[in-house]
Ligand binder design. Structure first.
Ligand code: EPZ
Length: 418
């Protein structure tokens, strides 16, 4: 088991290259199930969730090879098994994305229920209800989802709650359905748009890009394609926050600023000086202590829940008080008790955290619990007095490619130890 050891203090300074998006790579890898040929995916990040997805697809019969440092060629055009097994699904909830494409292409799928995780029960009722509306017969038995459909028939799908992967599952299933499917109240996250772009490049007919109403005209089949994954806006936001919390100056490269407007807006509210080009963002605190900012998470384009824990760490050492409200997940506060152990003045009341900025935090031995909570502990360690040791770093490796290497480039005093 690896740990991260951080000696807090240095103002981060420098430039870091952002990797391809985790939450775009996963659906696009599963979309390869729909293609009748090879899919060349470029700018894929080296993350354990990507490896888990490749293992799951390989177990189903996909063949793939690493073409270069960040390129994968995958051929899932003739699966041997239509089952996504529990032992892999339990480690990564996004495995539910095997359901839509497998059902659409083969008329049958057996996918383990993902179960909950640290941040919540993570139900999949929206996925299953929508697939039934497309004509699938769905049965849940002994922890598995059994889905069957001789043919999926296009229809109108109304999501009464925005769901990223439910939107993605239905998008993928509808590409091969008979006739037209309209999805109302679809998620608009940039990663959904990236999947739409990739599916259309494979021959799908999807319109409504970037809106909450998507129309999919079913087609006979989808072909292989070469596609480049969009940048990871959450990784980029996390490194900008590392610059803000240490009062330094950080540039993130290979990003799409237009997909980060709510995060950038909040960073400006903390007093950060922000400048950007078409593919980079520079944050400069000019040595100033950040000001506290109120946060309320919501579906895109509102403030992303995946940045809430990181901003809570910033508010913990900012000047002034702040209120942080999490509206997406029921338990995305696993970082709170750990930050309190470092000396943060945080009060959790239901879905809201009341925060009073303190002058400094003390380094401590901490336990990572989920991906973004772990990121917030790293940010707190960068600015805390003394040494912070974070255990169970595998949580971080799910969504941050070589985090300690990138932070070292920015001047952080951080080591990965056994
Ligand atoms: C995606 O998760 C992301 N994961 C999450 O990123 C992100 O936090 C989340 O969207 C934001 O909404 C991937 O894209 C792989 P949801 P997803 O369905 O699709 C409820 C990270 O850190 N819901 O949009 O699983 C659900 O419980 C991860 O990178 C149902 O009730 O999230 C939640 O309260 C964490 N029934 C809300 O909807 C369903 O059938 C939004 O969840 C589905 C969801």
């Amino acid at each position: 088991m690896y740990k991260l050891e951080i000696i807090g203090g240095p103002k981060l300074n420098g430039e870091v290259k952002i990797s391809g998006s985790k939450n775009s790579s996963l659906p696009i890898l599963f979309a390869s199930i729909l293609a009748s040929g090879e899919v060349h995916i470029n700018n894929t990040p080296h993350l354990s969730d990507v490896s888990t997805t490749l293992r799951l697809l390989m177990e189903m019969g996909s063949e793939f090879m690493l073409e270069s440092d960040n390129s994968i060629v995958i051929n899932s055009s003739s699966l041997k098994s239509l089952e996504a097994k529990y032992d892999l699904v339990k480690t990564m909830r996004a495995s539910i994305l095997a359901l839509g494409p497998t059902l659409a292409k083969y008329g049958k799928a057996k996918v383990s229920l993902p179960g909950g995780c640290a941040i919540g029960s993570r139900p999949v009722n929206l996925h299953l209800k929508a697939l039934e509306e497309l004509g699938a017969k769905i049965e849940v038995k002994a922890g598995y989802i059994y889905a069957e459909a001789k043919e999926l028939i296009g229809t109108k799908i109304y999501f009464d709650q925005r769901s990223v992967t439910a939107t993605e599952n239905i998008l993928m299933a509808a590409t091969l359905a008979k006739g037209k499917t309209t999805i109302y109240n679809a998620a608009q996250e940039p990663e959904v748009s990236d999947l739409i772009n990739c599916l259309n490049a494979m021959g799908a007919k999807i319109t409504g890009f970037g809106t909450s109403t998507l129309e999919i005209e079913g087609v006979g089949n989808l072909s292989g394609v070469a596609y480049s994954i969009c940048p990871d806006r959450i990784e980029a936001g996390t490194y900008l926050l590392a610059g803000a919390i240490t009062r330094g100056k950080v540039t993130v490269k290979n990003v799409k600023p237009e997909s980060m407007r709510s995060t950038i807006g909040k960073l400006i509210e903390t007093g950060a000086h922000i400048s950007s080009t078409s593919d980079s963002i520079t944050l400069d605190m000019k040595g100033e202590r950040p000001k506290a900012v109120d946060i309320k998470t919501g579906a895109y384009p509102n403030f992303p829940t995946d940045m809430q824990a990181q901003f809570t760490a910033l508010n913990a050492v900012a000047s002034g008080s702040s209120i942080i409200t999490e509206t997406i997940f029921e338990n995305r506060f696993m970082h709170i008790p750990e930050l309190i152990r470092m000396g943060a003045d945080l009060n959790l009341d239901g879905h809201t955290v009341y925060c009073k900025g303190v002058k400094y935090l003390n380094g401590a031995n901490l336990m990572a619990t989920d991906l973004r909570a772990s990121a917030s502990l790293v940010l707190a360690g960068l600015v805390a007095e003394g040494k912070t040791v974070i255990d169970r770093v595998y949580h971080l490796d799910r969504g941050y490619e070589t985090i300690e290497e990138k932070l070292k480039i920015l001047g952080a005093n951080i080591e990965r130890v056994q």
